[in-house]
Design a protein around this ligand. Structure first.
Ligand code: GUN
Ligand code: FE
Length: 460
């Protein structure tokens, strides 16, 4: 592999360039520059196709795939608590506030130990890449050193990532053993974190970026929230936080701030074009108008919402408003490392919202009409939608977009994804992938054209 030369990928590609359509590119050659950007997409009907293919074949960076294999864009996970990885699949029976105090804060406090943090973060990033998550937006913990380790590990393993040191200074809502030493100290550490991530050796192309991370309004003082808004603007940073997630949290903010999360966040300077608002389950019309006018995005976390939200995110209403929406796992509020599960839960949640749940009501009164999304919209949200939220050219195969992709093999060993040539169209295969693909089917993953799965898994 020559790193300065273009790379060539030849085979079948499927993606959702719009919310309403799958595009299948068969017998197609994609050229990727050393920068990771797609520079040409040429299909077999092009006049010069054979000569272009001939030239590509002579490159040491030429990849060709077998007939059971095809490429789809890598998934964009907009909301992950990296430090909650050891807790995946645990403690899901508790209400949010008890879960934080009794399980989550004690676990996160352990990341003062950088060796512990390194081991957890290595395992997490490797697992997410193996599940096809090429872009990841992470909450780390309050600890600067461990947060820097997470950023280094993403860079070493090649994942596109946004890594945030969690700011939380409120003495009532955060325990003594897990809280910023003071507002000033927290702000200073958040500012230093921006510099340390941007200055990492090997990060010239900003594959890993800092992100300003107030945990949520309840855990931060007003001074902290204003201060972080100022930092984000001074340093042109992305921002992430939780927004109107559960009844308790939503009401807490109404009581303290006299307004909803959305409006309060705007006042603190935390709603920008590059803000990622996790959940946003309780947003009303005026919240949506504000989010829309700021160009901020929502990380819809449908699996986590089943356990902690007390409600269902109004996805269709948000999409109809034109809000930027992508998907997140919310590890470990959501108990899956696979963004395919987030896509699946987004679909099933929207179907239940539409159908409603109370059989004593007449069908027409039971649910919220026209709420359902289909598998094409779900995949769009998990790829292009996430890219739009982050303001990055990722999520589809298009010239100028980064080549972030995974190779799906329907003939892989231990596959639950079964392809019947005489029954299944390409669109069927795409739908089956969304519903039935597992890690076993993901045979290779690229970020910016660079292979990021361990050699043992990669195809040739
Ligand atoms: N709100 C504040 N912290 C958290 C967290 O870690 N997970 C979730 N789901 N909600 C939160
Ligand atoms: Fe969360």
């Amino acid at each position: 592999m020559n790193n300065e030369e273009p790379r060539y990928f030849y085979g079948k590609f499927m993606h959702t360039p719009t919310r309403s359509a799958i595009e299948v590119l068969t017998d197609t050659l994609i050229e990727v520059a050393a920068s990771g950007a797609i520079t040409a997409i040429t299909d077999h009907r092009h006049a010069n196709f054979l000569s272009l293919l001939e030239r590509a074949r002579s490159s040491p960076n030429f990849h060709q795939f077998s007939t059971s294999q095809f490429l789809i864009p890598g998934l964009v996970d907009l909301h992950i608590h990296a430090s909650q990885w050891p807790q995946l699949g645990k403690a899901l029976h508790l209400p949010l506030q008890d879960w934080l105090m009794n399980c989550t804060f004690p676990l996160e406090a352990r990341f003062a130990d950088v060796d512990f943090a390194s081991a957890v973060y290595q395992s997490l990033v490797q697992t997410l890449l193996a599940n096809g998550t090429t872009s990841a937006v992470y909450f780390a913990t309050i600890h600067p050193q461990a947060t820097t380790r997470l950023a280094e590990i993403c860079l070493e393993q090649g994942q596109r990532a946004w890594v945030g040191r969690v700011a939380m200074d409120d003495a009532q809502q955060c325990p003594d053993y897990y809280r910023d030493a003071s507002t000033e100290a927290g702000l200073q550490q958040s500012e230093e974190q921006i510099h340390s991530i941007r200055a990492m050796t090997g990060n010239q192309s900003a594959r890993v970026q800092p992100i300003i991370t107030p945990r949520f309004i309840p855990s931060c003082s007003d001074e902290m929230l204003y201060g972080l808004g100022t930092l984000a603007s001074q340093h042109q940073c992305h921002i992430q936080t939780h927004c109107s997630e559960s009844d308790w949290e939503h009401q807490y903010v109404l009581d303290r701030c006299g307004q909803s999360d959305t409006h309060a966040l705007q006042e603190f300077g935390l709603l920008t074009r590059r803000s990622v608002l996790a959940h946003s389950n309780f947003i009303g019309q005026s919240d949506m108008d504000t989010i829309s006018s700021c160009g901020s995005g929502i990380a819809h976390c449908p699996l986590s919402n089943q356990y902690f939200a007390d409600s269902v995110f109004p996805l269709r209403a948000a999409l109809d408003k034109g809000l930027h929406v992508g998907l997140g796992t919310d590890i470990s509020g959501g108990p899956s490392a696979s963004m395919f599960d987030s896509c699946r839960a987004a679909i099933s949640g929207s179907r239940m919202l539409e159908a409603g749940t109370n059989p004593d009501l007449a069908a027409a009164q039971r649910g919220v009409a026209s709420s359902r999304i289909n598998f094409i919209e779900a995949f769009y949200l998990g790829t292009v939608g996430g890219g739009v939220v982050l303001d990055e050219a990722i999520g589809k195969f298009e010239v100028g977009y980064q080549f972030d992709a995974m190779l799906i093999d329907s003939a892989a060993r231990d596959s639950n994804l079964l392809y019947f040539a005489d029954l299944d169209t390409d669109e069927d295969l795409f739908q089956k992938t969304l519903y039935a693909a597992t890690r076993a089917n993901i045979r290779a993953v690229w970020v910016g054209g660079q292979a990021v799965l361990p050699e043992a898994n990669a195809c040739h």
